[in-house]
Design a protein around this ligand. Structure first.
Ligand code: G3I
Length: 346
């Protein structure tokens, strides 16, 4: 572990990794600290992680605490994920007291706006209550995905938005409201004295390296900015495979560079397909090399680059072929040597 150059030392932006408490101790944590300067909770800051079985906001989120404690102790930044999503969100958000679907009328909208605001404020209050105001020395939180995956996969809707429960009841307004509430909670109410916008607020989505989705994403971001929504950054998940040309990743970043936002690569992984062979792992090394060369070239546009997991076996895409930089024995793969632009086998 000690012999290798830390990935974070080879780039001018923070390099993050998605984890849970399995990575905050032992050999995994040593590997993490060697290479990364930022962490994201893979699952435990998502909406459902904040509620108990009765639907009450938890008094303690042990996994979120483990991540924040670890970051605080080791001087890492925390990129939060995610305040508002259609996935991993308690169904009761969208139900009335009898358990029936909340009506998409004025009364239903008022209820859901209130729940949205309360959720975001409760998360902010929890994290500031335990770690101090945002932007203070004790609080490692730096950014948050405010909304996740709100763009539709197909082109069937004029507004290009996913038909989620948030959308069914509130329409596009839920996105503006999410940013407004997050800005108020994180950057005003719970900001340290003198801290100017301590938490960068991101929109995040997948397949942004693909044509139609990218255009719908950009159109939405433009509308949000025109309406004055406090969007600081645009996230690209970049869950890709060796079949996706690296030039598409670059094009996705370029597509937003004329807008007044920063950008982040939020969930990078590159599957090899199965069976995993040595030849494919070498190809993957070149893929990560070319991708990180693109990221270095566009460093001025990038807030951070996050890899979606530390070791292959821990990846949500493990079944599609060894997507990450390190194997399950904590050994660096060709993918690592590519990411640091080191030597790769011919
Ligand atoms: O917590 C339960 C555990 O109690 C149970 O024993 C176990 C059995 O399957 O499941 C556990 O929940 C799993 C959870 O991860 C925590 O490990 C869920 O089944 C599993 O579906 C969930 O998967 C996560 C997925 O989001 C859910 O949508 C992945 O780990 C996580 O990597 C993935 O992350 C998403 C991003 O948030 C958004 N972008 C896409 C990305 C990949 O889907």
């Amino acid at each position: 572990i000690e012999d290798l150059t830390g990935i974070g030392e080879t780039v001018d932006f923070p390099v993050g990794v998605a984890i849970d408490s399995r990575e905050t101790s032992g050999a995994a944590s040593e590997l993490l600290l060697r290479h990364f300067d930022q962490v994201t909770a893979e699952n435990f800051m998502k909406p459902e992680a904040w509620y108990d079985a009765d639907g009450d906001f938890v008094s303690a989120n042990a996994e979120a605490d483990a991540l924040m404690d670890f970051a605080q102790e080791h001087d890492l930044g925390v990129y939060g994920h995610v305040l508002v999503w259609h996935g991993q969100t308690p169904a009761r958000f969208f139900q009335d007291d009898a358990g029936a679907p909340l009506a998409a009328d004025e009364a239903g909208r008022a209820v859901l706006r209130d729940r949205l605001r309360t959720h975001i404020f409760d998360v902010a209050e929890y994290l500031a209550g335990k770690y101090g105001p945002f932007g203070s020395e004790t609080n490692p939180l730096r950014a948050f995905d405010v909304v996740n995956e709100v763009v539709s996969d197909g082109s069937e809707f004029a507004d290009g938005l996913r038909r989620s429960e948030w959308y069914r009841i509130l329409g596009e307004e839920f996105i503006d409201l999410s940013f407004a509430y997050a800005d108020e909670a994180f950057n005003e109410v719970h900001a340290a004295d003198g801290a100017d916008r301590p938490i960068a607020l991101f929109i995040n989505d997948y397949n942004t390296e693909q044509g139609g989705k990218q255009e719908r994403y950009r159109a939405l971001v433009e509308r949000l900015l025109e309406r004055g929504a406090p969007v600081d950054g645009v996230g690209h998940q970049f869950h890709v495979s060796l079949a996706m040309p690296v030039s598409a990743l670059e094009q996705a970043i370029v597509a937003f560079e004329d807008l007044p936002v920063t950008q982040a690569v939020t969930e990078l992984d590159v599957t090899t397909g199965t069976p995993v062979t040595q030849a494919k792992l070498v190809d993957q090394g070149y893929y990560y090399r070319d991708a990180f060369r693109v990221f270095r070239e566009h460093a001025d546009s990038l807030y951070s680059v996050t890899v979606w997991g530390l070791t292959d076996g821990r990846s949500w895409r493990a079944g599609s072929g060894a997507p990450l930089l390190f194997d399950d024995q904590y050994r660096a793969k060709p993918a690592y040597f590519g990411a640091v632009d080191g030597e790769l086998p011919a």
